[in-house]
Design a protein around this ligand. Structure first.
Ligand code: ATR
Length: 290
């Protein structure tokens, strides 16, 4: 953390960001560590981004770290002075470290955050058959992470409403990593959910109570794990049906937690101790259920 006379500022940029849970996560950590810093929401419209990044360069700017959310994770890359190798491979930045010399360093903690939550849940990936719904930014980080780890799945199938986007995700990542286990399917039936070991929903479907469940419940089974990145509601229709079939289920609050912890550790250049992390998690869970 930087030693400044004024309160050091951190925050999240995106649009919209008013429902972001990141402030409670990070402000809990600052408080627990006794650091004079504040994490804020910065809702930025497209035409405000350029100016915002110009101001970040000014030497008296109090901002030393940022998270980036939809729709700017790719757009901010042009402003980075350096990129962590994983962010470079994914070509998406969700965490920015601003050094004393006002240089900007881009990271992606979404992929590692997802893997950390899977590890906590005891869900293995090595040799598994993975089915993914969606091909947006979250899917991109998850697919890249799964392709780069030694515990690679046997296969990853992606179904997206707009198939071209799934195809683009694959061809784009292919230039920077081995994607031989990944394919996209045009019809949801071809996801072979009945054979999948791990089904991951990365779409926003499930956020609203009347959202349809894309998966036929007859295909869900007890030998699989179902992960939904949606955490509000805490149990989407997909997770409810999967749980009723005896599948292991989890929502994305854990992924949010771990990506935040990893982001914080990049800013502070320290490893958070378990006591601080559990306070952060408790605060996050309380806010999510409020
Ligand atoms: P994120 O960063 O959270 O992944 P995103 O990049 O906007 O957000 O991606 C949203 C994903 O949810 C996309 O895969 C999107 O499908 P399209 O590529 O076809 O737009 C998917 N999605 C959003 N609303 C959907 C809906 N009503 N039905 C099916 N898929 C939906």
């Amino acid at each position: 953390m930087k030693e400044t006379k004024s309160t050091a500022t951190y925050g999240i940029i995106g649009y919209p960001v008013e429902h972001s849970l990141s402030p409670v996560l990070h402000n809990t950590a600052f408080k627990a560590l006794g650091v004079d810093a504040d994490y804020q929401r910065f809702p930025l419209k497209e035409d405000e981004i350029g100016d915002f990044f110009l101001k970040l360069r000014e030497k008296d700017c109090p901002i030393f770290g940022l998270n980036v959310t939809v729709p700017y994770k790719e757009k901010v890359i042009q402003y980075m002075d350096s990129m962590h190798p994983f962010a470079q491979k994914v070509m998406a930045v969700n965490t920015i470290v601003i050094s004393k010399d006002r240089k900007l360093h881009g990271f992606n903690t979404d992929g590692p955050g997802f893997l950390a939550h899977l590890a906590e849940l005891g869900i293995g990936t090595k040799g598994k058959r993975v089915a993914i719904l969606g091909a947006g930014g979250t899917a991109r980080a998850i697919v890249a992470a799964l392709c780069l780890i030694p515990e690679r799945p046997e296969s990853i199938r992606i179904y997206n409403r707009t198939k071209e986007k799934a195809d683009y995700l694959i061809t784009d990542l292919q230039g920077r990593m081995n994607m031989d286990i990944v394919g996209s399917v045009a019809a949801i039936d071809d996801l072979n959910v009945e054979l999948a070991d791990l089904l991951i929903n990365t779409t926003s479907l499930g956020l609203k109570a009347d959202d349809p469940c894309l998966i036929d419940e007859g295909l869900l089974h007890a030998d699989m794990s179902v992960y939904d990145v949606v955490y509000n509601p805490s149990e989407t229709k997909l997770l409810q049906l999967a749980r009723q079939k005896g599948a292991k289920t989890a929502n994305g609050l854990g992924m949010l937690f771990y990506q935040g912890v990893l982001a914080f550790q990049h800013w502070a250049d320290i490893e958070l101790d378990p006591e601080i992390k559990s306070r952060m998690r408790a605060a996050l869970e309380m806010e999510a259920s409020a």
